[in-house]
Structures are given as structure tokens and as C-alpha cells.
Design a protein around this ligand. Structure first.
Ligand SMILES: [Zn+2]
Ligand SMILES: [Zn+2]
Length: 306
């Protein structure tokens, strides 16, 4: 009797442990910052792009310069990419798109590429297909490439809200402030208990704060210039004005309380990364880090930086 009782208790305990491991893993996501740069050509910071792996699926947010190379470096086969989401249509966020789309097709992608973004995404995909018709005809004549996987399945976001919900992964688009770029979106990715928010390009945004509350990880853009440079340069003042300064970022992080905040789209003029982090910490006591290309972050019950 006692033996039976203790056996059944042990089995229950094992089941409880297995169940909790399973639920902890269920929402687990892995982030790779593929590119943390801006329009400025840089060998260290490629164009903006973030990879999120969740539940065996790969999601790309923005497709800036060099995204295919960074995916290769991260050990992710291009053919695995199914979904790309664009925050807005500034060229630095889409200049790697043709490469990723066509090269993944050439490398035997077995499904069409889904592209979701603001109004204008449809025209972008149609024009890309037209621009690459010659390549399409060469490659479909002479190789075993499947012509059905060449067209881009483009979808435009008409209003903010849930734009993807499948296999326990929910992606929500929300409006940010990047005037005159309208609309410009940020994204929130929820998987089980875990959540990640990507700001896209934005100045201080109350709407971002609303959507980023309670997120585990906030990936946010930043822009800063040294005060002397800024004072004599109206063009630079304009550029900075539609991005987020370190001081503003600190306020956003304090209001949203992520487990960690990571900077991407790092746009700096005559100011060091260290100074940016120090300025942010004046209004934020939590964990804030400067992102770098190929930085990996595991988002589970805890955040793990690789
Ligand atoms: Zn940008
Ligand atoms: Zn932009």
C-alpha cells in the first residue's frame, strides 16, 4: 500500500515537473539581432533586421542591408524564412529584401514568402517581381526551381491590431511616430507567457508605451548627437527629431518596465555608445544594453543574453 502510494506520488511529481518544463518551453522565443544599424553603411552594424524563432518558426522584422549574410552567420538556412514583417518603407529597412527573397528561392525555399507591412507593401512586392523578371525566366528555364515560390505573398496592414495568430504565436502591429513616414508600425510578439516588442523607427510614442507594457524584452531604436554638432545643424536636428533620444528612451523603459531593453537602429553622431547608455540610465534603473549584430537573447521565464 505504502509502496503504491509513494510510487503514484513519484509519478505525479515527475508529471508536474515535466509539465512545468513543457509550459516554460512552450512560450520560449529566441531573438537574434541580425542588423542593428541605420542607412549609414557600416561593417559592424548591418541594416535593421531582427530574427525571432518561436515554436520552430522563423520571423523576420525588417530586412535591411546584409540580412542574408547575417542569417548565414547565425546558422539559419535562408530557405526556412516564411514571414517577413516591415515596420515602414524607409529604404534602410527594405534594402536587403530582394536578396533575402531571391536567394532563399534559389536555395530551395519550399513555400512562398509572406510579406506583411504598411500600405505600399503590395506595390513594393509587385515592383520587385517586375524588376527581377529576367532572373525569374533564366532560373525557371534551366533549373528545378519551383516557379510557384517566386511570387511574394504580400499583405498590407490596414489598421493596428493582431496581424498574425498561429500555433500559439500572436503578432500585433501598433502605430508609432515617425512622421512624415505614415504609417509606421512597431510590433509586439506574444508566445505563451513571453512577449517581445520591437519599436521600429519612432520618436517618443505613448502608443508604444501602451503596447509595450509588461513585455519581457523591448528592442528599441535610439538616436543621439553631440550637442555642439546638433546646435549648428538644422538637418541633423530634423533627423534626431523623428527618432528617440537616450533620455526619452529611459522614460519609455521606466514606463513599460521590461525585464531588459536593448537598443537597435543605433544612430549616433559624435557621441559614444557608452554616453548613450549613461544618458538612458539617468531616467531608467533597469537592465538596458546596447545591441550588436548577432546578439542572441533567449526569452523564457528569464532572459538569457548569449
Ligand atoms: Zn531606419
Ligand atoms: Zn525610418
Amino acid at each position: 500500500m505504502t509502496l503504491k502510494l509513494s510510487l503514484s506520488l513519484s509519478i505525479s511529481l515527475v508529471l508536474v515537473v515535466l509539465f512545468s518544463i513543457d509550459t516554460a518551453r512552450a512560450g520560449y522565443m529566441e531573438v537574434t539581432l541580425l542588423g542593428t544599424g541605420t542607412p549609414k553603411p557600416s561593417i559592424d552594424r548591418f541594416g535593421p533586421s531582427t530574427l525571432i524563432e518561436a515554436n520552430g518558426r522563423y520571423f523576420i522584422f525588417d530586412s535591411g542591408r546584409g540580412v542574408s549574410i547575417r542569417l548565414q552567420q547565425a546558422g539559419v538556412a535562408l530557405s526556412k524564412i516564411e514571414n517577413i514583417f516591415l515596420t515602414h518603407l524607409h529604404s534602410d529597412h527594405i534594402s536587403g529584401l530582394s536578396d533575402l527573397w531571391l536567394t532563399s528561392w534559389i536555395w530551395q525555399r519550399q513555400h512562398p514568402l509572406q510579406l506583411t507591412g504598411p500600405v505600399g507593401t503590395l506595390a513594393l512586392s509587385q515592383h520587385l517581381e517586375l524588376a527581377h523578371q529576367a532572373d525569374f525566366s533564366y532560373r525557371t528555364k534551366n533549373t528545378s526551381l519551383n516557379s510557384n515560390f517566386f511570387p511574394i505573398l504580400a499583405k498590407e496592414i490596414v489598421s493596428e491590431g493582431i496581424i498574425y495568430q498561429h500555433n500559439g504565436i500572436k503578432i500585433t502591429a501598433f502605430l508609432v511616430n515617425h512622421y512624415p513616414v505614415e504609417p509606421a508600425y512597431g510590433y509586439r510578439i506574444d508566445s505563451g507567457e513571453q512577449s517581445i516588442v520591437i519599436s521600429g523607427d519612432t520618436s517618443f510614442s505613448e502608443n508604444l508605451i501602451k503596447h509595450a507594457k509588461g513585455a519581457d524584452l523591448l528592442i528599441h531604436e535610439v538616436a543621439a548627437a553631440n550637442s555642439e554638432l546638433l546646435a549648428g545643424n538644422p538637418r541633423l536636428q530634423k533627423v534626431i527629431s523623428y527618432h528617440t533620444t537616450p533620455k526619452q528612451a529611459g522614460k519609455i523603459f521606466t514606463a513599460t518596465e521590461p525585464k531588459a531593453a536593448v537598443f537597435n537602429h543605433v544612430l549616433l553622431f559624435g557621441i559614444s555608445e557608452r554616453a548613450v547608455l549613461e544618458a538612458t540610465r539617468e531616467s531608467f534603473n533597469g537592465d538596458v544594453r546596447m545591441g550588436h549584430d548577432l546578439m542572441k537573447i533567449g526569452v523564457g521565464n528569464e532572459l538569457i543574453f548569449y
